[in-house]
Design a protein around this ligand. Sequence first.
Ligand code: SAM
Length: 283
Amino acid sequence: MARILDATTPYLKQHGSDTPRLDAQVLLAFVRKCSRIELYTNFNTPLTDAERAQMRDLVKRRSQAEPVAYLVGHREFFSLDFKVTKDVLIPRPDTETLVLEALERAKTFAAPRILDLCTGSGCVVVSLAVSQPTAVCTATDISPAALQIATDNAQTHKVADRITFHEGDLFAAIPQDAQFDLIVSNPPYVPEGEIAELEAEVRNHEPLGALKAGADGMLFLNPIVEKASQHLVAGGWIALETGIEQAPLTAKALEARSNFTDVRIVKDAGGRPRVVLAQRKAS
Ligand SMILES: C[S@@+](CC[C@H](N)C(=O)[O-])C[C@H]1O[C@@H](n2cnc3c(N)ncnc32)[C@H](O)[C@@H]1O
């Protein structure tokens, strides 16, 4: 096993991976059906022919910029393990800022009713439901395949009984009179013109429908802001993940609506504007 790791690492580095040793370890652990630590406790165990062939195939795909999370079928987010396929965006550490901010607001309600628009893998709503055991959640996505993954993740983390999934376009997926204490969303927000500049790993492998959002990245954020107050109780909160350029535009759009107060932009762990928050006015 040591030899295969030593041979794979420089190969992946040469083919553009920023984390070649880690990638090689994760792929080998997947093939061996063990943890990364266990690779080192069984370092001298030879691979079977089938394992060698599977590893060769995975390394080839990784060298073509296929993300490790898709190759092994899962990714950690908010200290939970999420199933991922090519039908969903791979959960990003930056999105943990959205979950943390949403949780802070959710805790001010005894049994918060939470709506997660554009749920994808379900990483946001499942993390919220696990962390806030009294939460009752609704999650939507336009992609039925993504909703199936989100449902699987809700079942894995034993919160499926507190999350209702709906397929459809933003708020059109839920009843017109549905009311929530908290609306969260990490919608697509990459401007069309920036898609070509994304890393090959993202551009060529992740679903474009989870990324592309019109000329200025506001194609989904604007209608979410426009409709949100209709579905928020007085004193309820909206928390939206955005890109750097969309954060001030989203804050401005919320400020322009007379029924929101306390509009603020929160930075992620890397110091970039990432989440826009606002509270529904009391009347
Ligand atoms: C950026 S991904 C976010 C996924 C997940 N919430 C996360 O944070 O990793 C955006 C999601 O929005 C969904 N989507 C795109 N257009 C939509 C629409 N009009 N209505 C609802 N969901 C939509 C995509 O299918 C994708 O799953």
